[in-house]
Design a protein around this ligand. Structure first.
Ligand code: ADP
Ligand code: MG
Length: 665
């Protein structure tokens, strides 16, 4: 059986943790860093790049580099706000109102799940390399405020990456799990998680290894990015006033502004003031224009006032829901990179007077918690029990369009609730169960999670038939709804994935597509590899010819030299042809000719070793190589081919190529 890991699939950064020797640890990625940017991109050659590699191409290739994907996961187009859509790449709605992302380089549109699955695949591949073991399942964290569709979509992404999801865990719960690990006292804990794109507040009661989530609240559209935007707007508006050019309309300039803004923001967490300098940001009729601005904490804070206000509300709602007063909170846990911003820390202090707990690393705490949960599932860790809650109320639409709540928000899960409903008209033969999630009294204002019909109800006056509707939420927060006609026993059950971007069929189609694409990619790759190898061989042969004529003059090994020259011409002729066989034949002829030439050179030297001594001194290393005993075993051009192969575009990325996995073959 493969291993299980914990994944913090962040909006901005993702982190993988695992239990090793009974303790949770963070696994560094193949670039050697412990957090991986949640970014996917495509290069000009339609190759996929993920993480730091993708982040590096953000400025130059903004239309093919996708970040903040978590904001699109499991969401309908209509639900997205302006900030989510204003990204430098193309996002659109398909005919079903689902979000689709376009890559001009691959000329394809992608579901967010598909792109996120490549991130998961990379995290898993890197972790497998580290562990030297295969990984077949994971605990994945999501913001506590994620609804059913978003959870389902996250699961779908993992399935697309070939990973079984053992548990979908709320991020703040994971943080508290990491925080409470090995603690034995009782505590009321507030987890304040401000990442790059989401904000979560959770109130938990931790007591002797039992974790009880009392309330959760948050804002899925609020995070560090919003702070960056404030700085970007300030810079762009200043520039607009001065030069009458709106830099936000230029994708590359916008990306550079955003990066500079984020950098300045992070610097201001430690310093009082900083400089933002962006040379050659654009050009006007008068020549190149630059940005050179002083930026300080006070200005940053005044720009961000409304964001601070937005942070207050979810905290208040969570407190109200839990029935706790602020002074009943024993500990505050800060999670997410944006809690490093001093004004955010101050705000937290004004809410809860206690000094926030700093002993957990805000970037890694969620993945540590996920790893602990994976350890509990695996049996590696014991004595911990986790009680989670539903983040939003679940119910169904009743006559008149009202929302009837079956499971109120913050109910501990797993849970099963049922209620009996009847018909609204006489002789009504079927009822429609429309499942919704949300807090609004009018059903239509809550998110629709799906709908099904129970038919075959025997004729009866209005209000007489009894239909029992049951909601079942499993430990992952995934919902199953059933409706039973009590008279006939007829039952209809659906697993709710209705609001998700992808249905099962689509997922299967994508898996098949990914598989066939892998085959196609392999063919493409082998053509390129063959060509690269041929080019390497030609270069080697030419060098060998040069060496030979240097040593023996142009006619020293005439027959063999000529044979190599002809063979080179042959290879050059077929190198751009599509016929792999011709190329292969010509390559092996060249290899043979080269072999002959090498032999001849070696023989020549044995006969005439003395006169060569002076040349040997001149070309010391080359001659040593030519005359070494293991020359034939350790053929230098053979090696060259191999190392070139390793450095070739494909060779290098082989290990972490998401499509290069058994799963897709
Ligand atoms: P997510 O959970 O969304 O993946 P993270 O917890 O990794 O996010 O936080 C990323 C955010 O934290 C980014 O917006 C980043 O700019 C911000 N951040 C990281 N370090 C600092 C810092 N020193 N000061 C302010 N913000 C920071
Ligand atoms: Mg996070």
């Amino acid at each position: 059986m493969g291993k299980i890991v914990g994944i913090d699939l962040g909006t901005t950064n993702s982190v993988v943790g695992v239990i090793e020797a009974g303790r949770p640890i963070i696994i560094a990625n193949s670039e050697g860093t412990r957090t991986t940017p949640s970014i996917v991109g495509f290069t000009k050659n339609s190759e996929i790049v993920i993480g730091d590699q993708a982040r590096r191409q953000l400025v130059l290739n903004p239309k093919n580099t996708f970040y903040n994907l978590k904001r699109f996961i499991g969401r309908d187009w209509d639900e997205l706000d302006e900030t989510s859509i204003s990204v430098p790449y193309n996002v659109k709605s398909n005919d079903n109102g689902n979000v689709r992302i376009l890559s001009p380089f691959t000329e394809r549109e992608y579901a967010p799940e598909e792109l996120v699955s490549s991130i998961i695949r990379k995290l898993i591949n890197d972790a497998e390399t580290y562990l030297g073991d295969s990984i077949d399942s994971a605990v994945i964290t999501v913001p506590a405020y994620f609804n059913e569709s978003q959870r389902q979509a996250t699961k779908d992404s993992a399935v697309l990456a070939g990973i079984k999801v053992k548990r979908i865990l709320n991020e703040p719960t994971a943080a508290a799990l990491a925080y409470g690990f090995e603690k034995s006292s009782s505590n009321n804990v507030l987890v304040f998680d401000l990442g790059g794109g989401t904000f979560d507040v959770s109130l938990l009661r931790i007591s002797n290894g039992v974790f009880d989530v009392k309330a959760t609240c948050g804002d899925t559209q609020l995070g560090g990015n919003n702070f960056d935007s404030k700085i970007v707007d300030w810079l762009a508006e200043g520039f607009l006033e001065k030069h009458k050019i709106d830099l936000r309309r230029d994708r590359q300039a916008l990306q550079r502004l955003t990066e500079a803004a984020e950098k300045a923001k992070c610097e201001l967490s430690g310093l009082q003031k900083t400089k933002i300098s962006l040379p050659f940001i654009t050009t006007s009729d008068d020549g190149p224009l630059h940005i050179e601005e002083e930026f300080d904490r006070k200005l940053f804070e005044s720009l961000s006032e409304d964001l601070l206000d937005r942070l207050l509300e979810p905290v208040q709602v969570a407190l109200d829901d839990s029935g706790w007063e602020a002074d009943e909170i024993d500990e505050v846990v800060l999670v997410g990179g944006s809690t490093r911003i001093p004004m955010v820390q101050q705000l937290v202090k004004t809410l809860v007077p206690n000094e926030p707990c700093q002993s957990v690393n805000p970037d890694e705490v969620v993945a540590i918690g996920a790893a602990i949960q994976s350890g509990i599932i695996n049996g590696d860790l014991r004595d911990l029990l986790l009680n989670d809650v539903t983040p939003l109320s679940l119910g169904l639409e009743t006559i008149g369009g009202l929302m009837k709540v079956l499971i109120p928000r913050n109910t501990p899960i797993p849970v099963r609730q049922s209620d009996v409903f009847s018909t609204s008209e006489s002789n009504q033969s079927s009822v429609v169960v429309q499942v919704r999630q949300g807090e609004r009294p009018l059903a239509s204002e809550n998110k629709s999670l799906g709908k099904f019909r129970l038919s075959g109800i025997p004729p009866a006056p209005r209000g007489i038939p009894q239909v029992q509707v049951a909601f079942d939420i499993d430990a992952n927060g995934l919902l199953e709804v059933s409706a039973t006609d009590r008279t006939t026993g007829r039952k209809q059950t659906v697993s709710i994935s209705g609001g998700s971007n992808l249905n099962e069929q689509e997922i299967n189609k994508m898996i098949a597509e990914a598989k066939s694409k892998a085959a196609e990619d392999r063919i493409k790759r082998s053509v390129i590899d063959r060509k690269n190898n041929a080019l390497t061989l030609i270069a080697q042969a030419e060098r060998r010819l040069r060496d030979a004529s240097l040593e023996f003059g142009p006619y020293g090994a005439e027959r063999q030299q000529r044979a190599v020259e002809l063979a080179i011409q042959d290879v050059e002729e077929f190198i751009d042809d599509d016929d792999p066989q011709e190329l292969e034949i010509s390559v092996s002829s060249l290899q043979e000719a080269l072999f002959g030439l090498n032999r001849r050179i070696a023989a020549e030297k044995k006969i005439d070793s003395n006169p060569l001594q002076s040349i040997k001194n001149t070309f010391g290393s080359l001659k040593d190589e030519l005359f070494s005993d293991d020359y034939w075993e350790d053929d230098p051009w053979d090696n060259q081919i191999n190392s070139n192969y390793r450095n070739s575009r494909y060779g290098n990325s082989r290990d972490d190529d998401p499509w290069d996995n058994d799963y897709f073959l």
